[in-house]
Write a protein that binds this ligand. Structure first.
Ligand SMILES: *Cc1c(COP(=O)(O)O)cnc(C)c1O
Length: 363
């Protein structure tokens, strides 16, 4: 066949591999009682207030959503002090990551991101057929100095995650400030803060927005807020940048029930606080469990942790599936990423891990 229908970038694209759904493993192995710790979802689900708010709006399904997203932008403005014309709504933040690349990058340009970064950065770059500049990580962390040094004259955009997925590593404000000082004003910096709610004391990105018109702060409702199924994210940036993003955003990219849910979720600070407490306890439980098994891990400020299983990750992943536990191989030798679950889920995972690695816990 000589006819090649796809554009060059897409022809070479390997699609994103999502975490394995529970229903799929149930079908494949006939298991029940499966624990999924593979996609960094909130083990508490979502707030009851979200469920009530969505139920109250079900009769609105027949109408198009508000394309301007007024109610959600208003809540974001109240909470983060950013005006409506500095907010871009996305169908999850994955949608936004693609919008950022499409708005600012062409096939003649380059995009900078780190080794061991979120897989979607490479995918959206590839889809445009732009040049990808993957900067070696420092240990498991972003090397911000090397990333600044990697900027070329054709670089249009830099993707940074803080904390980073899949490594859980983070950097402090002073390091980021030093980095921003080095980035030319015509290069867009995307600061992806998908996990910022878990350790909010770590970093205040909002104060950088006023100072750097080339900065985009990206947030999601999928992780701590527990709305992964509904697909909502939002980006905060200068008025100029936001204008470009909204030109290519699909007018109804966020549906009505998702917006209603997002407003209720943003308002429910008690649920977020409870989620943080469960996450911290679960992180401590897994860290203690790994230590008892003699396994090392990468300290994390997110809702997941990367553990060195001292074995082939794909084989270990498959052996864990047979025990009814879904985790995630992330392309890092000997390591698996595991999302923090409830106490019972974490315990089941640790027991299964000890079994498949034939390790004995020493308390
Ligand atoms: C999970 C995640 C996202 C986004 O998820 P959405 O569900 O599309 O909002 C974005 N960035 C990183 C680093 C993530 O881990």
């Amino acid at each position: 066949m000589t006819f090649v229908p796809a554009n060059e970038g897409i022809a070479k694209l390997n699609p994103y591999q999502p975490g394995k759904p529970i229903s799929e493993l149930e079908r494949e192995l006939g298991l029940t009682d499966i624990v999924k710790l593979a996609s960094n979802e909130n083990p508490l689900g979502c707030s009851d207030k979200v469920k009530e708010a969505v139920a109250a709006e079900l009769s609105e399904i027949g109408r198009y959503p508000d394309g301007g997203g007024f109610i959600l932008k208003d809540q974001v403005q109240k909470q983060f002090g950013v005006a409506h014309n500095q907010i871009t709504l996305g169908n999850g933040s994955n949608d936004l990551l693609e919008i950022f690349a499409r708005a600012f990058v062409s096939s003649e340009d380059s995009v900078v991101y780190s080794q061991h970064a979120f897989a979607v950065y490479g995918l959206v770059t590839q889809a445009i057929n732009a040049e990808a500049i993957e900067v070696p990580a420092k240990g498991f962390s972003h090397d911000l100095d090397a990333m600044a040094a990697a900027i070329k004259t054709n670089t249009k955009l830099i993707f940074i995650a803080n904390p980073n997925n899949p490594t859980g590593t983070w950097f402090e404000e002073a390091e980021f400030e030093a980095f921003m000082q080095k980035v030319p004003a015509n290069v867009i910096v995307v600061l992806d803060e998908a996990y910022v709610e878990y350790f909010p004391e770590n970093f205040n990105s909002l104060k950088f927005l006023a100072k750097y018109p080339n900065l985009i702060v990206s947030r999601t409702m999928s992780k701590c807020f527990g709305l992964a199924a509904l697909r909502v994210g939002f980006a905060l940036a200068s008025v100029e940048v936001t204008d470009f993003l909204n030109r290519i955003r699909q007018p109804f990219n966020v549906n009505h029930l998702a917006m209603v849910a997002a407003v209720a979720a943003l308002k429910d600070e008690d649920f977020i606080e409870k989620s943080r407490v469960v996450n911290k306890a679960g992180m401590a439980q897994l860290e203690a469990g790994f230590k008892a098994l003699g396994l090392s891990y990468v300290p994390s400020r997110a809702n997941f942790i990367l553990v060195d299983v001292q074995a082939d990750p794909a084989q270990t992943f498959n052996a864990l599936l047979k025990q009814g536990v879904i985790v995630r191989p992330v392309g890092i030798a000997n390591h698996l990423r595991v999302s923090i679950g409830t106490e019972a889920e974490n315990a089941k995972f640790l027991t299964a891990l000890a079994k498949v690695l034939s390790l004995e816990a020493t308390a």
